[in-house]
Design a binder for this molecule. Structure first.
Ligand code: F6P
Length: 359
């Protein structure tokens, strides 16, 4: 098995569940490759038995290490003509063969599951477990790690209310969410944020400011703005922090909170401050929901492999864990529906999205 992509709470819990189920129920030997797909390229692994995974249920991150670089289909090679990229997926196949691997379990987000799918096309039996705090994988009601990140982001909104109200300020909280606004929307709603800005709903500074000024007319001399890092500034531009060339998804976002705070300060009669929550929301212990989901996903994934399934991902649908074909769910991200029930509920209570509809 391999834990790939950005870490998140619940990966260890899933790892624990699948190793225990593999040993206890299916009599399967588990090998854990280290640091995501890097471990498969460099042949670095460790055997995983019952004792190795005991005590990790509550620990965030992954005991195997993770990486959101190291795409075996696009390995950077520095030569005299500069950097080029090579397909080294055959190295991965040889590593798997050397270890006698009959099936590969991948705990990953959309990028890592796409790599898993490409390995499947080369003959590897693969089952995926969807994890990412962004919650942007189609086919499952929720991804592993989202609930834990949401709890942290909601607490951040709660805590910012204090200073916002006491000092009559606008406090901007930038949360993660590269392509989608699930964390911003749900933390904003759960924490009582006044303005929520997400990639799915284009906003204008003037419309955000008008919403804040409306609140002033109702006697509210402070506002909390929750903005997803992937929210598009007027003109459709996202704020990029860094490009990581050897990553399956090279663009690293960050900074929209600062840009927004600067723009708003010119439009509202308040001091505007911003906070970037960053990796704090990816760390710490998983929530009870994520521990449960990890246990259900982990055991279901190992059962799927044991039954000879491949090319599928375990998924939460209502109260059931099902298998969905990776081919059906990985083509595009699961976005917030701007006309959906959550956004409608938010608009009904006066939440400002910075668009014409919330004017
Ligand atoms: O996809 C999960 C995620 O946490 C995104 O929300 C964020 O944009 C990205 O990973 C950050 O990646 P890194 O840890 O490389 O900065």
């Amino acid at each position: 098995m391999v834990t790939a992509g950005g870490d998140c709470p619940g990966m260890n819990a899933a790892l624990r569940a699948l190793v225990k189920a593999a040993v206890h129920r299916h009599d399967i030997r588990v090998t854990g490759f280290l640091d995501g797909f890097a471990g498969l390229l460099a042949d670095q692994s460790r055997p995983l038995g019952f004792d190795d995974v005991s005590g990790i249920l509550t620990r965030g991150g992954t005991m195997l290490g993770a990486s959101n670089r190291d795409d075996p289909f696009r390995v950077p090679v520095d030569g005299p003509d500069g950097r080029t990229y090579e397909d080294r997926s055959d190295v991965v196949l040889r590593t798997l063969q050397r270890h006698g691997v009959e099936g590969l379990l991948v705990i990953g987000g959309d990028g890592s599951l796409t790599i898993a799918r490409r390995l499947e096309a080369k003959g590897v039996a693969v089952v995926g477990i969807p994890k990412t705090i962004d919650n942007d994988v189609l086919g499952t009601d929720v991804t592993l790690g989202f609930d834990s990140a949401l709890a942290v982001a909601t607490e951040a909104v709660d805590r910012l209310q204090t200073t916002a109200a006491s000092h009559h300020r606008v406090m901007v909280l930038e949360v993660m969410g590269r392509n989608v606004g699930w964390i911003a929307l749900e933390a904003g709603l759960a924490g009582g944020g006044d303005v929520i800005l997400i990639p799915e709903i284009p906003f204008r500074y003037e419309a955000v400011a008008a919403g804040i000024l409306n609140r002033v007319r109702r006697g509210r001399r402070f506002s909390i703005v929750v903005v997803a890092e992937g929210a598009k500034c007027p003109g459709g531009r996202t704020v990029v922090r860094q490009i990581v060339e050897d990553s399956p998804d090279p663009v690293r976002l960050g900074g929209v909170g600062a840009v927004l705070a600067r723009a708003l300060e010119a439009l509202v009669p308040f001091e505007v401050r911003y906070v970037v929550l960053g990796h704090v929301q990816r760390g710490g212990s998983p929530t009870p929901f994520d521990r449960m989901l990890a246990t259900r996903f982990g055991t279901a994934a190992v059962a799927a492999l044991a039954e000879g399934a491949s090319g599928c991902m375990v998924a939460l649908k209502g109260d059931r864990i099902e298998r969905v074909l990776m081919a059906d769910v990985l083509a595009k991200p699961k976005r917030v529906d701007p006309q959906g029930e959550r956004v409608t509920a938010a608009r009904s209570i006066g939440t400002i999205f910075g668009d014409e509809a919330s004017a």
